[in-house]
Design a protein around this ligand. Sequence first.
Ligand code: NAP
Ligand code: MG
Length: 480
Amino acid sequence: MTFLEYAPAPESKAVLNLKDSYGLFIDGEFVDGSGSSFTTISPADESRIAEIASANDEDIDRAVAAARRAYDRTWSRMSGRDRGKYLFRIARLVQERARELAVAESLDNGKPIKESRDVDVPLVASWFFYYAGWADKLDYAGLGANPRALGVAGQVIPWNFPLLMLAWKLAPALAAGNTVVLKPAETTPLTALIFAEILQQADLPAGVVNIVTGAGSTGAALVRHPDVDKVAFTGSTGVGRDIARAVAGTNKKLTLELGGKAANIVFDDAPVDQAIEGIVNGIFFNQGHVCCAGSRLLVQESIHDEVIDRLKSRLSTLRLGDPLDKNTDIGAINSAAQLARIRELSDIGEAEGAERWTAECAIPEKGFWFAPTIFTGVEASHRIARDEVFGPVLSVLTFRTPAEAIAKANNTPYGLSAGIWSDKGSRILAVADRLRAGVVWANTFNRFDPSSPFGGYKESGYGREGGRQGLTAYLKGAAA
Ligand code: NAP
Ligand code: MG
């Protein structure tokens, strides 16, 4: 079979106005960091993007002090209506600079431009618009008699949705009246620093948001700082555990959004065409670097062969390559370390006896790449059925009855998300009711909306982000 040739359609980098090096953003200004700086690269070709400052304990101290001052002197005294105005302004500036942010995100992270342009950045704007609307309504939302901010929030985010995770953290914290010190991931600091420029453009009072770049030790110092009132973390379960230990016995409030190993359940009455698209979106969106990815496909035995055949032919049409090309479906793996982990778990899958299939595609010479891969014949005991791969790797298991599907879906230490594909509404509701997952999608997958709470059970963490529930994490005495 021959496919149509696609001419390259690269998005221009001319829209970027990058600096050669970036400092820490503290008290409204870019300042030097005291740690040794590091380079952020493009994972698509390993080229250097910019030099990034690193914050040590002293810098964290300065950032937290700036946030405390801003909290005491300005932000906590401002009316909700005025806080809302700043958030609306930030949302509009994100829209104005959307193209620039999308290009920067794809460059630094490796995700396809059509995702950063059509998913990440529009959601970032919608998160700020949504919480802007809450800022003056806290008294009327059943959040307690006199909902009050907690104070200074220390927030640590991962590399898979760098700017979107920043928005998930900042928007509710600021709407509720807190000030913030935020640490982006080491491999993807770029859009947070451009966002700092947006905060300057928005004239946000100095110190309300501080952005401290650095490695894991910077995050560790931030969550341990004694003058931080609230810790919010998104990342791996291992680091989440470490943070929970560090915060235990203090007065800090904590929310953790951790890993997942979601079941995507396809019943034999499912609309198969849509299900195939949903499976592809579930695990190959953002190279599978998605905490709520549908990484375990549970397919009813009677339609297994049909689904797998159709899935393979669909995957053979996906285009892997330059993240800045508008035709690209699969971008680069975010880092060499993540690529090594995906390779290791995939090799273990093969060694344990699952059957490996990989879509045929040309792999670029430079950069970090992994072709879409499916494992069939996976047993519930296999590592690829239990561990989060966090890459474009799908494990396929089968079931015969709804009860077996539910048991297999829940047989995981995680509980972040799940998907159900069926023509019958009653079956969808009955199954969804018995799944231990924070989010259950029906006949769709990986849908996000600021009004819809998101979060996990078990080792996927605790607390909810999004919606009215997302505000309670940043208010004194508020119940969800
Ligand atoms: P990670 O290693 O846990 O890193 C997350 C963030 O924590 C990064 O900013 C990291 O800094 C920082 N960090 C590392 N060690 C730390 C420590 N001891 N104390 C404080 N902060 C520390 O996770 P990742 O590999 O970047 O991200 C992938 C994981 O995040 C996956 O397991 C995924 O499921 C999970 N995730 C969950 C959600 C959700 O909403 N539930 C969303 C996205 C990702 P460095 O970058 O410098 O290491
Ligand atoms: Mg990078």
